[in-house]
Design a protein around this ligand. Structure first.
Ligand SMILES: NC(=O)c1ccc[n+]([C@@H]2O[C@H](COP(=O)([O-])OP(=O)(O)OC[C@H]3O[C@@H](n4cnc5c(N)ncnc54)[C@H](O)[C@@H]3O)[C@@H](O)[C@H]2O)c1
Ligand SMILES: CC(C)[C@H](C(=O)O)[C@@H](O)C(=O)O
Ligand SMILES: [Mg+2]
Length: 325
């Protein structure tokens, strides 16, 4: 799928790829996209394939954890006292909103000028099902849910806020709050510890999760799990194909490795294997290995390949095995 499929077949997600994904127990996705296809006409982009895959697998709930690891406090863009202990889960709606809303496209307006347009649209049931997931996630965490919207301006957000509020009566143990997205993006860097679980729409979740990644040190650290009501889940780092450093052995592989851990946990129910991989990542960081994006003085700078090898070594170690007991 992605650019290579586009080049080879003319479409970014060939039918057989989607069929193979549907036929799997879980899907681990390597980031797609690149400069080569940036100016492709209309919807023919590698990214379109990713949206089709998410829709095709009906994985409407995208969980994006952003936690500051003690080993990486120095790598955070925020001051130590602000970053330390941050542990946020962004629950992003993934198969609706402006990414999928119709009408969309290009048109020539009455002045003969080209226009591009998209539609932010949510149905009550789409909001209810993502909100339900978010309330459940918050319940397993610290019991606080912040719903982020733009209900002061957008109808889709007004409905969002109404439905989330209505649903909260089913979750009396969860402390629900609402925040406008502009304020939320500011609060995330002002005082991120005020957040536990955030639930938001497709596009706001995209943006806020990239922002949250920098609190943790790097976008190269953040994994994600996308799940639906049934069928295989989709697991991917939140970052893209990092074309600016492609081929230089600089990319941080930990977001992808941690996505594999999420695949084991949520996709296959292999909690012990997930824990073991996470422990291996922690231990590799404890040993001081860092890719450039999370480097700080006094640690050991390594490339993508070496970082992967170190995690692999550690996953076999007693420390990682001990993590499952
Ligand atoms: N899930 C996906 O496949 C996915 C996600 C986001 C973007 N994209 C696509 O990726 C391409 C590039 O997009 P972009 O540049 O806006 O976002 P990007 O996430 O690829 O990169 C943004 C910045 O973060 C850095 N970065 C990203 N991942 C890193 C890693 N693992 N280690 C170290 N540094 C890392 C990059 O070098 C770059 O400077 C575009 O085509 C975009 O559509 C794909
Ligand atoms: C590549 C793009 C379609 C994708 C998104 O916007 O969902 C990416 O930015 C992400 O965060 O997974
Ligand atoms: Mg994104």
């Amino acid at each position: 799928m992605g650019g290579s499929a586009l080049d080879a077949t003319g479409v970014p997600l060939p039918d057989e790829t989607l069929a193979a994904a549907r036929d799997s127990e879980a899907v681990l996705l390597g980031a797609i996209g690149g400069y080569k296809w940036d100016n492709n006409e209309k919807h023919l982009k590698p990214e379109t394939g990713l949206l089709q895959l998410r829709a095709g697998l009906r994985v409407f709930a995208n969980l994006r954890p952003a936690a500051v690891l003690p080993q990486l406090v120095d790598a955070s863009t925020l001051k130590k006292e602000v970053a330390e202990g941050v542990d946020i889960m962004v629950v992003r709606e993934l198969t609706g909103g402006i990414y999928f809303g119709k009408p969309r496209g290009f048109e020539t307006n009455d002045n003969g000028e080209e226009t591009g347009f998209n539609t932010e649209v949510y149905s009550a049931s789409e909001i209810d099902r993502i909100a339900r997931v978010a309330f459940e996630v918050a319940r397993k965490r610290r019991g606080k849910l912040c719903s982020v919207d733009k209900a002061n301006v957008l109808e889709a957000s007004m409905l969002w806020r109404r439905r989330v509020t209505a649903l909260s009566s089913e979750f009396p143990d969860i402390e629900l709050s609402h925040m406008y997205v502009d304020n939320a993006s500011m609060q995330l860097v002002r005082n991120p510890k005020q957040f536990d679980t955030i639930v938001t729409n497709n596009i706001f979740g995209d943006i806020l999760s990239d922002e949250a990644s920098m609190i943790t040190g790097s976008i190269g650290m953040l994994p994600s799990a996308s799940v639906g009501e049934s069928g295989p889940g989709l697991f991917e780092p939140i970052h893209g194909s990092a074309p600016d450093i492609a081929g230089q052995d600089k990319a941080n592989p930990l977001a992808t490795i941690l996505s594999a851990a999420m695949l084991l946990r949520y996709g296959l129910g292999e909690e012990n294997a997930a824990k073991r991989i996470e422990a291996a990542v922690t231990e590799t960081l404890n040993q001081g290995f860092r890719t450039g994006d999370i480097y700080s003085p006094g640690t050991t700078l390594v490339g993508c390949k070496r970082m992967g090898e170190e995690v692999l070594k550690t996953v076999e170690s007693e420390k990682a095995v001990a993590a499952i007991n």
